[in-house]
Design a protein around this ligand. Structure first.
Ligand SMILES: CCCCCCCCCCCCCCCCCC(=O)N[C@@H](Cc1ccccc1)C(=O)O
Ligand code: ZN
Ligand code: ZN
Length: 478
């Protein structure tokens, strides 16, 4: 029989302490996961052998999860996994933890150790997926396994959704899981996914790390620009070619970024909050943003990560034209990927872009687009946000600044927007700028200690979700 009531839950709180044997087993399990090259290439095109192997792997690594009677496991879209952990109190709305199994490709060149070796060196586990996002896949299942071994019975039901094609838009994984849950009429209290970290060293001269929880996510517009001209012999070229016209259009887009939308947004509030953490003269500048805001905005524009938080970004990602050295090409095409700031819409961006290009010879074709995700609540009543604050406070007592922000990329969680209004994107890991560059880049790695702490965080979080919320007094909510 299930225990019920908060008194019981408090009494049965399980400390997040793991034996030496468990700690070795958990890092070895992560290494094994990294060694399976679950690469996504294009929508619908992924390493299916590796994805199938991964499915077998988690069954072996987490036997208790798979044999527990109150946990239902389903494979969705052939390689994605959905776990439903039935809690003892059906009056509590369930929540969902998310992560993705797939990774972006990685060639050996440029890596200190082969990207799919999962080698441990100097206290770090190296490889593709160690930060994005097999760490979360494994940490969620690992925390649950350890809780189950300790006979923990959750009070609030929760789901675990592990997509297999997040890196190529989630069409066959997250979208299918979402459709399944919608068909079942599931409504969720909140979701926790990737795209937020404890940021260390991202703001020049600021020594203090802070947690960034993404409460929204940028929209996206993939726009193909095309110029058609009459083809001909290169020995007598026209004054302008399709390539030249298109190159000029693309250059105008790069030279004229979309407007800075910071206004009185969260980044400005964060800087005001942090003002006294800086030494002179930055402290004076940040304490007087009414005067210095234009200067600060210009400085932030120059930082590529901050720039991405402040505006809709413009990235020319593909450019194709020409077939032969002596043929004037008839067609030139360029694809531009815009990441839309939460206070703009697809339509607004499209109009601004057309005005900037201002050339009737350039045609615009929307390849695909979606609007930014709305802000999830981050007030006192927002259960998911408050649980993250509470868990941060106990696992990272040194962190006393938590900033709600928007995710500059996209995550699988956007496919679940009609199941909940509370989508929080946060991984409890310290990240420095060089770690950030390793995500989709070279030498991605996680320290063994950071991974253990991530497991501990989830272990605590699941238990916090079963207890009455307590306020987190020493944290500044921005
Ligand atoms: C005040 C200082 C601020 C410093 C800000 C630092 C920001 C750090 C945020 C960390 C972001 C980490 C990103 C992880 C999630 C990336 C997910 C991703 O790459 N998704 C793909 C999904 C996709 C979508 C559509 C087609 C294909 C793939 C993406 O491209 O967005
Ligand atoms: Zn990811
Ligand atoms: Zn990624």
């Amino acid at each position: 029989k299930y225990p019920t009531g908060k008194e019981h839950q408090r009494a049965s709180r399980i400390p997040s302490q793991f034996s030496q044997e468990e700690r070795v087993a958990m890092k070895e399990a992560l290494k094994g996961a990294i060694q399976i090259p679950t690469v996504s290439f294009r929508p619908g095109e992924f390493n299916t052998t590796a994805l199938a192997e991964f499915g077998e792997y988690i069954r072996k690594a987490f036997p208790t999860v798979f044999k527990t009677s109150f946990i239902k496991h389903e494979v969705v879209g052939e390689y994605s996994h959905l776990f439903t952990v039935q809690g003892s109190d059906s009056s509590l709305q369930p929540y969902m933890l998310m992560a993705h199994i797939d990774v972006v490709p990685a060639l050996d060149q440029g890596w200190e150790v082969p990207p799919f070796s999962g080698l441990e060196r100097d206290g770090f586990i190296h490889g593709r997926g160690t930060l994005d996002n097999k760490n979360s896949v494994m940490a969620i299942l690992q925390a649950l396994e350890l809780l189950l071994i300790r006979k923990y019975i959750p009070r609030r039901s929760f789901l675990i959704a592990l997509g297999h094609d997040e890196e190529v838009s989630g069409e066959y994984g997250a979208q299918k899981i979402s459709a399944l849950l919608q068909a079942r009429g599931t409504q969720l209290a909140f979701i926790v996914d990737e795209c937020g970290f404890i940021l260390d060293g991202f703001i020049p001269n600021l020594k203090k790390p802070f947690a960034m929880i993404s409460v929204s996510e940028k929209g996206s517009l993939n726009l193909m620009l095309q110029v058609n001209m009459t083809p001909g012999h290169s020995s007598a070229p026209p004054k302008e070619t399709s390539i030249g016209i298109l190159a000029a259009a693309v250059s105008r887009l790069e030279q004229n970024p979309l407007p800075n939308m910071s206004g009185n947004g969260p980044l400005k509030r964060l800087l005001q909050q942090l003002a006294n953490e800086f030494s002179f003269p930055t402290n004076i500048v940040l304490n007087n943003l009414w005067l210095f805001w234009p200067l600060v905005r210009r400085l932030m524009d120059r930082n590529y990560v901050m720039n991405a938080l402040l505006r809709t970004t413009t990235a020319v990602t593909m450019f194709n034209s020409g077939v032969k050295v002596n043929v004037i090409p008839s067609v030139a095409q360029a694809t531009v990927n815009f990441r839309i700031h939460p206070s703009q819409t697809v339509q607004e961006v499209l109009e601004l872009v057309k005005n900037t290009v201002a050339d009737d010879r350039v045609q615009f074709h929307v390849l695909n687009a979606h609007e930014p995700l709305p802000d999830s609540p981050s007030d006192d009543q927002a259960l998911g946000y408050q649980l993250l604050l509470q868990t941060l406070q106990s696992v990272f007592p040194e962190i006393n600044i938590v900033a709600p922000a928007s995710c500059i990329a996209n995550t699988d969680s956007r496919h679940y927007a009609n199941l909940t209004t509370g989508i929080y994107r946060f991984n409890p890991i310290y990240v420095q700028p060089q770690d950030f560059r390793s995500i989709h880049g070279l030498n991605e790695k996680i320290s063994v200690q950071a991974y253990e702490t991530q497991v501990k965080f989830i272990f605590e979080f699941i238990q916090n979700a079963d207890t009455e919320l307590e306020p987190a007094p020493h944290q500044h909510e921005l």
